[in-house]
Ligand binder design. Sequence first.
Ligand code: 13P
Length: 256
Amino acid sequence: MRKPIIAANWKMNLGPKETEAFLSTFTGKLDNLTDQVDVVIAPPFVSIPAAIAALSSNSDVAIAAQNVSEQDNGAFTGEVSTMMLKELFVRYVIIGHSERRTLYGETNAVINAKLKQARVANLKPIFCIGETLEERDGGQLEEVLSSQITEGLEGISEKDMKEIVVAYEPVWAIGTGRVASAEQAQEAHAFVRSVIAGLYSSELAEKIRIQYGGSMKAANGAELLSQPDIDGGLVGGASLEPQSFLDLISAVAESE
Ligand code: 13P
């Protein structure tokens, strides 16, 4: 049985003050929801210290970074290392988000290096994959996912793979309000799991949690999560207000 994992990806939203305000409302209403659902929040780097401080008495909510450098340290202007994140008690890191791939040119090779670097520091990667509408319409869905997974995970050991969460985010559903149907998402998730089974084993693939991302919210979360291979969500827009994120987590918890 895979415990659902819902992660907020705030992207470039919510500075330190807003983060503090969000979390004081959010943790006050979270009750025992984390018994049924793992909850992760990924603020911008500069808001991470405020998030950690606001959560001091609530370690049930894990903090993630939205990106990390594949380098150890040195002359890499604008970058943040895994060790810096560890020092702040960050537990997860989003790697290979489609916005990083398309806007900042991250290739499967760079993403692979970041995944390895994260695992050396014992951070849990949320490894993002997903196709564009052009690729889906052009019949390339499986080819694209397969190469993102195979090249992204090259050289990642079975032991490290067990600590990775995969996020399937169809690019055409991100921030568009156009959610993939539960069937479309399930089909893609089952395919992702089969590729992981081929690279590792079916036993390991059955243990990996695969999140769906793309216009997920309270109104569609339970239906998506009811699919056999959908184990959580990576949530943008609906995670920016405490109540809307709580509603989604509650909907998922109730459907468990
Ligand atoms: P939206 O939920 O805003 O579509 O964003 C999804 C996403 O990109 C999460 O990483």
